[in-house]
Design a protein around this ligand. Structure first.
Ligand code: PCA
Length: 223
């Protein structure tokens, strides 16, 4: 399911942002609310396209792949909710593991399964994660680099994205990664206002487009 199925093929470079639908009994997901608020915006002369992914193993990646094929974006940032985290979490690494702590929105709960059989154990984000953290902190937005995106649907999508970008010839120049956002008000604590989460995503897109290399070009941050 996507909310923007009528988006035309790109005439200008595209930034693809994805968020998830609510899961685990919640009625909202701030990742989608924030992504939706940026849909249709121009950032550094790029067109931002926001797409909602289902919180469903397998199906989320099928939807993502369709949009990657259609848009051939320059940059992809997938966004998910991480209840309990207090900062915008810029993920460093995706692992080839599905190990669901709860059922997804289709009732599945894979345990100890690969996201992509035969694929590498892990991929690093190709976003300038330290620059992104620095630019958020400089604007008084809470930010951290996270070493794990978990083993639920978010990591599944992050891994599937990075595998696709590293293996599909048409996406060789596309950079991508994953960001977790805190709950929004009303979901529990700690929370971050939707305005701040949206503002943070805008800063992250801007930073990724501006910085081809990271501050300290090391593991996972040299692209
Ligand atoms: N967060 C979940 C999946 C969907 C979402 O927004 C996760 O962290 O895996």
């Amino acid at each position: 399911m996507t909310d923007h199925a009528n988006v035309k093929p790109a005439v200008r470079p595209v930034v693809l942002l994805t968020g998830f639908d609510p899961f685990g009994g919640a009625s909202v997901n701030p990742s989608w609310q924030a992504v939706r608020s940026l849909h249709g915006r121009q950032i550094q002369d790029r067109q931002v396209v926001g797409v909602q992914l289902p919180t469903v193993f397998g199906e989320a990646l099928r939807v993502l792949d369709t949009w990657l094929d259609q848009l051939r974006p320059e940059l992809v940032i997938c966004v998910g909710q991480a209840g309990g985290r207090s900062a915008i979490s810029i993920e460093r690494v995706a692992i080839n593991v599905d190990d669901a702590p709860l059922r997804d929105n289709a009732g599945a709960q894979p345990i100890d399964q690969p996201v992509v059989p035969g694929a590498p154990a892990a991929y690093f984000s190709t976003l300038p994660i330290k620059h992104m953290r620095a630019n958020l902190l400089a604007r008084n937005l809470p930010a951290e680099v996270s070493q794990t995106a978990g083993t639920f649907v978010c990591n599944h999508v992050f891994f599937g994205l990075m595998h696709r970008l590293s293996t599909h010839p048409g996406l060789r120049h596309t950079r991508g990664g994953f960001v977790h956002v805190p709950w929004m008000p009303g979901q529990g604590e700690p929370f971050l206002s939707l305005e701040h989460t949206s503002q943070a995503l805008h800063v992250l897109v801007h930073t990724a487009l501006s910085c081809a290399r990271d501050i300290a070009a090391g593991a996972g941050s040299s692209h």
